[in-house]
Design a protein around this ligand. Structure first.
Ligand code: NAD
Length: 377
């Protein structure tokens, strides 16, 4: 059993898909692990650390991939990176399939089984493989740290001999995994925290973290959670009511952190330019949805936009700004997936397993996932 660990090619990607800890486990399962040279550097892991854990370090992707049964990556690998891959090899990554159907067709041509880790269902058995949660949790934390660093004032109330500084007001929009961690982090820093979401279940979670919940709680709100636990796209009518309620609230905030996503859809626009302009100079917004179109009007990927003295932070890949922690958790998510598909030192995928069915994009030369088959296929 051969496992290849690719070095990431995206300059904004500092994470890596295996760590010495997971490599020890994989070699214990009978695998030979080949790590592409330099793969861990931006997560603080040297080639020598991988070698000590039992891996071989190989200079090119092509050599690592040749003969591999499994290929591990953070981002979706390109067909160039997978050149020479064995038919039937299993490729694990955060494949970002939505809107990238043409790329999936090309990957299908490699005859590898390409898996999108972010499509693993949120069922109890798969929690340990849940890359959305492991990465969103870190992103929520980091969003607050970025906001605190860009904000020219402090978060906690400070009573000093020289005077009192009031606590910062932080508003978190979207209280899923990232939002809840953002609430907890802002609370730990002493801010006054409020939060909103469209899923009724989030209200109690927000309140249990010591934040105040603000939302339009009408009939549509009561039905807004899908059976999968995600938010539905809300109607224009709901969005208008939501905007009206939140506009006056946002005007009083020092920091707004937005995390709202809808699976397979562009992120909902929650903060308009007029709302940004209602905030005091020196306020900060952090848009965690920027890579999916953004929750904040005017947010730009990988930039801090200064709009009339209000900063809009649009870092994509927020979890990747904590590369060492993010790699540690991501690598463990992949290990858990591999434990499901490796039996007695060989790949043995149960194609009928609901985790597999939900996450496999391509197989035997075709795009097999129903959400991404090209028109007419
Ligand atoms: P997500 O990243 O898809 O979205 C982030 C949040 O934005 C969600 O809470 C969503 O309701 C909210 N949102 C969407 N549209 C909005 C709008 N118009 N206005 C305000 N908020 C909006 O969500 P997530 O963090 O992946 O979590 C989704 C659900 O999955 C949650 O219920 C979470 O508790 C659950 N979950 C379950 C498991 C498990 O059981 N294994 C693991 C992780 C998360």
């Amino acid at each position: 059993l051969r496992i290849a660990v690719l070095a990431e090619t995206d300059p904004n990607e500092g994470r890596v898909s295996a760590t010495p800890e997971t490599i020890k486990k994989l070699t214990g399962m009978g695998a030979n692990v080949a790590v592409q040279a330099g793969a861990g550097l931006r997560s603080g892991l040297r080639d020598a650390d991988f070698e000590t854990a039992g891996a071989t370090v190989i200079s090119s992707a092509a050599e690592a991939v040749a003969g591999a049964d499994v290929v591990l990556s953070v981002r979706r690998p390109t067909t160039e990176q997978l050149a020479g891959i064995t038919a039937g090899a299993v490729v694990l990554s955060i494949a970002d399939p939505y809107g990238n159907e043409a790329e999936l067709e090309k990957l299908a041509g490699t005859r590898a089984s390409v898996v999108a880790m972010e499509l693993v269902p949120r069922i109890t058995r798969a929690q340990v493989m849940d890359v959305l949660s492991s990465q969103a949790n870190l992103a929520g934390y980091r969003a607050v740290v970025e906001a605190a660093s860009e904000y020219g004032r402090v978060f906690p109330m400070m009573m000093t001999a020289a005077g009192t500084i009031p606590a910062a007001r932080v508003f978190v929009m979207g209280a899923g995994v990232a939002g809840l961690q953002a609430i907890a982090t802002a609370r730990r820093l002493g801010a006054i925290v409020t939060a909103t979401d469209v899923r009724p279940a989030s209200k109690e979670q927000v309140e249990s973290l010591g934040a105040k919940f603000i939302a339009v709680e009408d009939e549509e709100f009561k039905q807004a959670e899908t059976s999968g636990g995600y938010a539905k796209e809300m109607s224009a009518e709901y969005r208008a009511k939501q905007a009206e309620l939140l506009a006056s609230h946002i005007a009083k905030q020092d920091v707004v952190i937005t995390t709202a996503l809808i699976p397979g859809r562009p992120a909902p626009k929650l903060v308009t330019t007029a709302m940004v302009e209602s905030m005091k100079r020196g306020s900060v917004l952090v848009d965690l949805a920027v890579e999916r179109g953004g929750n904040v009007e005017g947010a730009k990927s990988n930039e801090i936009v200064d709009h009339n003295g209000v900063k809009i932070v649009g870092y994509g890949n927020m979890a990747g700004r904590l590369a060492a922690s993010a790699s540690g958790l991501y690598a463990k998510n992949l290990l858990a997936f591999l434990e499901l598909v490796i039996k007695d030192g060989a790949i043995a995928v149960n194609w009928d397993d609901e985790i597999i069915k939900a996450s496999v994009l391509t197989r035997d030369g075709a795009v097999v996932h129903p959400n991404f088959q090209s028109k007419g296929a």
